[in-house]
Ligand binder design. Structure first.
Ligand SMILES: NC(=O)C1=CN([C@@H]2O[C@H](COP(=O)(O)OP(=O)(O)OC[C@H]3O[C@@H](n4cnc5c(N)ncnc54)[C@H](O)[C@@H]3O)[C@@H](O)[C@H]2O)C=CC1
Ligand SMILES: CCCCCC(=O)O
Length: 485
């Protein structure tokens, strides 16, 4: 791989880099510097998807017949190559979607760790021996891959999410076709190049880029695609589920969040403030696990808000490539407009704009939105119910802890939730009563660990789990085997 100047990413099909049959390109733009073209991606259509799926189907048998440890060795090689190119991949990520270079490096390092984790999974047991009631028979379970898996991913973690889907899919014997978000297609191409250099057999790993509305359904509804793993918005995810059910394909959805942090009266306020800032505003609030609702007990509301405002005012916005930058721009013009629209709606519905709400001075050349804090937010307001996916925090004041947990649960989502308290009773009540897939005590709502199950409840998920050893449940099918001599 060369430097990170503007370049054109090709599709990767059957072990070959190739242009889309459409002959069309789309531009990938830098949200921190309007008009800067980071590079170009293939604007593919159904015919390109058909080629990729066919290549993945052709590679199935060879790949499945390898031992898990042999498949894992390819992942170890890919991990080493990604690690060697960490700066180039991270810079491409920052220039494509705006997160700071430090965060992009951290995410890429996380991708390396995920690859190594799943490489090791190739050596672990996959079934159980179960005693049959027939004493002359043997019964056991084993697992088989789904076949061809479609991997459809969003722009907010353009390295970690594709890898935490592809690595388990591959080590458990599937072949994959990746469809990355167009906004971060060049970053995806840099990662796929690492898989290419690792020497995966042709057709095991494929990537097709283009408009989600065009090649998304072409891939997820393709009759030769056996499984679909998706992360992104609820709107798109539910559409994928309908198509998958219609043709009996297995699917996995991880979608939106509206994650609360509860600050109890006995909380360590400095810790709670730092976690609210980090969990809510890092990556410009564009994490599905980001904090967006801040539920504070009345007794400490004023000191908490005073500390929060003091800290928010210190945050440095700017181009993610600048070492001074703490928070970059929104990832795209579309995301920027969405966030500003929600801010307007918050004001119109009567929330009090305590801080931010507009464009930071001197940063007109990018899609920047100030860190924004609303007060006097009620649970039924749009900004308390809908996922904004931007640097916007909604403060909700409550009297009791019971009221706090009730407010925390008063949304259709259930991905991640935090509480700050020293009281073990409060912790146990929160763990038991909070309807979320990730519940975190005295820790921010973001920052999941790769070895643990990840996923949401309610409308955040299709209720499977990714990451850790939980991932095997989606990427394989169990066979119960009965053998009589
Ligand atoms: N729960 C989770 O783990 C995560 C959820 N998200 C959610 O995703 C959203 C932001 O990410 P976006 O990329 O904008 O989401 P999105 O849903 O617009 O796109 C996600 C992926 O789906 C593709 N796509 C678009 N239309 C499609 C269709 N009709 N059929 C198949 N694929 C299609 C896109 O090209 C992209 O690759 C937010 O709502 C965020 O909360 C994002 C990251 C993680
Ligand atoms: C798609 C959401 C990824 C969550 C990553 C984190 O909270 O560390």
């Amino acid at each position: 791989m060369s430097d990170t100047t503007a370049f054109t990413a090709l599709n990767y099909i059957g072990g070959q880099w190739q242009p889309a049959l459409t002959g069309k390109l789309d531009a990938s733009l830098n949200p921190a510097n309007k008009g800067e073209v980071v590079g170009y991606l293939q604007s593919s259509d159904q015919a390109d998807v058909d080629l990729a799926v066919q290549a993945a189907k052709n590679a199935r048998i060879v790949w499945r017949k390898l031992a898990g440890s042999a498949r894992g060795d390819f992942l170890y090689k890919a991990a080493n190559i990604v690690e060697q190119h960490i700066n180039e991949i991270a810079e491409t990520m920052t220039r494509e979607m705006g997160k700071t270079f430090a965060e992009a490096k951290g995410e890429t390092a996380r991708g390396v760790a995920i690859l190594r984790y799943y490489a090791g999974e190739g050596m672990r047991k996959v079934g159980d021996v179960i005693p049959s009631t027939d004493s002359e028979a043997m019964m056991f379970t084993t697992r088989v891959p789904l076949g061809v898996v479609a991997v459809v991913t969003p722009w907010n973690f353009p390295v970690a999410i594709p890898i935490w889907k592809m690595a388990p899919a591959l080590v458990y014997g599937n072949t994959v076709v990746l469809k990355p978000a167009s906004e971060t297609a060049l970053t995806a191409a840099k990662v796929i190049q690492c898989f290419h250099e690792a020497g995966f057999p042709s057709g095991v790993v494929n990537m097709v880029t283009g408009k989600g509305s065009i090649i998304g359904p072409a891939l997820t509804e393709h009759p030769e695609v056996n499984g679909i793993t998706f992360t992104g918005s609820n709107t798109v995810g539910k559409g994928i589920a309908v198509g998958a059910i219609a043709r009996g394909a297995k699917y996995q959805l991880e979608m939106g969040g509206k994650n609360p942090v509860i600050v109890a009266a006995d909380a360590d306020l400095d810790l709670a403030v730092e976690a609210t800032i980090s969990g809510g505003l890092r990556s410009t609030g564009q994490k599905c696990t980001a904090t967006s609702r801040v539920i504070v007990q009345n007794e400490i509301y004023e000191p908490f808000v005073t500390k929060l405002l003091e800290r928010v005012k210190q945050l440095q916005m700017g181009d993610g490539m600048s070492p001074q930058t703490w928070m970059g721009p929104c990832a795209s013009e579309n995301q920027y407009n969405n966030v500003l629209s929600y801010i307007r709606q918050g004001v119109e519905e009567g929330a009090i704009l305590l801080y931010g709400g507009g464009k930071p001075k001197g940063l007109d050349n990018g899609y920047y939105v100030e860190p924004t804090i609303f007060a006097q937010v009620t649970s039924k307001m749009t900004i308390a119910q809908e996922e904004i996916f931007g640097p916007v925090l909604a403060l909700i004041k409550v009297e009791s802890l019971e009221e706090a947990i009730e407010a925390a649960n008063d949304v259709e989502f259930g991905l991640s939730a935090s509480i700050f308290t020293q009281n073990i009773g409060h912790m146990l009540s929160f763990i038991s009563e909070m309807d979320a897939g990730l519940v975190r005590i005295n820790a921010e709502s973001a920052g999941v660990e790769l070895q643990a199950p990840f996923g949401g409840m309610k409308q955040s998920s299709s209720h499977s789990r990714e990451q850790g050893q939980a991932a095997i449940e989606f990427y394989t099918s169990i066979k119960t085997v009965f053998v009589k001599a």
